[in-house]
Design a protein around this ligand. Structure first.
Ligand code: PGA
Length: 252
């Protein structure tokens, strides 16, 4: 299975700065078919980036999408509108859950992404308080179950699930492999239970939260982890290029 890197820019950089960062990145990244590299700039940047991006080096994703295709929903952007512009869309990021997105809504957003031919990256992860109460696995599998609930076995085989422990996001210190392993195992076995073996073999599970180049080997050595979701590090072209290089070297 190809390795996958999904850079989440969050709410940073307008169109001009986005174009500059993409240019810089492309100068520092080598195209390599073993690794798929996706960047997820803010909506406002997608159109101009899509026109200049080198598809051999980078693919494009969005950070969110509305659950309905069109209508009177001021300020929203639908998966139907993103179709043709991006390949991927992040769904259910913890920062959006914190702004009020529920599991039920996230399930509908996953269905909208799939219905419109986008590959959703479903984010799941527990807070520190939940971890301290030994609820990590329950939280992760509940979020996963709800997020996938409107999808078929065939759909699930094609999605990406990102384990993103909230307590490690933006902290500068990723979860350790020992902390990541049980969540990855639980995600895969829950999918196998609910959607069968081929869905569980097909789904791509990645890790996000304080990903930096120094941690790439340790994280990718975890059984079942096929990629990374860096946030902060994806805004720094030199560091992001280092992450990509480390993944490519790991794949070689
Ligand atoms: P971080 O963010 O890499 O800055 O911790 C990851 C994320 O929130 O997706």
């Amino acid at each position: 299975m190809k390795h996958l890197i999904v850079g989440n820019w969050k709410m940073h950089l307008g169109p001009h700065e986005a174009d500059m960062l993409v240019k810089r990145l492309e100068q520092h990244i080598e195209a390599d078919p073993s690794t798929e590299v996706v960047i997820c700039p803010p909506f406002i940047d997608l159109h101009s980036v899509a026109r200049t991006i080198d598809p051999k080096k980078l693919k494009l994703g969005a950070q969110n999408a509305f659950h309905l295709d069109e209508g009177p929903y001021t300020g929203e952007v639908s998966a139907a509108m993103l179709k043709g512009l991006v390949d991927y869309v992040i769904i259910g990021h913890s920062e959006r859950r914190a702004m009020g997105e529920t599991d039920a809504l996230i399930g509908k957003k996953m269905a909208a992404a799939v219905r419109n031919g986008l590959t959703p990256v479903l984010c799941v992860g527990e807070t520190l308080n939940e971890r301290h109460h030994n609820l990590s696995i329950k939280v992760v599998t509940d979020q996963l179950t709800a997020g996938l609930s409107l999808l078929t076995d065939e759909d699930v085989a094609k999605v990406v699930v990102a384990y993103e422990p909230i307590w490690a996001i933006g902290s500068g210190v990723p979860a350790t492999p020992e902390q990541i392993k049980p969540a990855i195992k639980a995600i895969r076995s829950t999918i196998e239970e609910l959607y069968g073996e081929s869905a569980s073999a097909g789904v791509r599970i990645i890790y996000g939260a304080s990903v930096a180049s120094d941690f790439v080997n340790g994280i990718l050595s975890i059984d079942g982890v096929v990629g990374l979701l860096p946030g902060g590090a994806s805004l720094n072209y030199a560091e992001f290029a280092k992450i990509v290089k480390a993944v490519q070297e790991f794949s070689a």
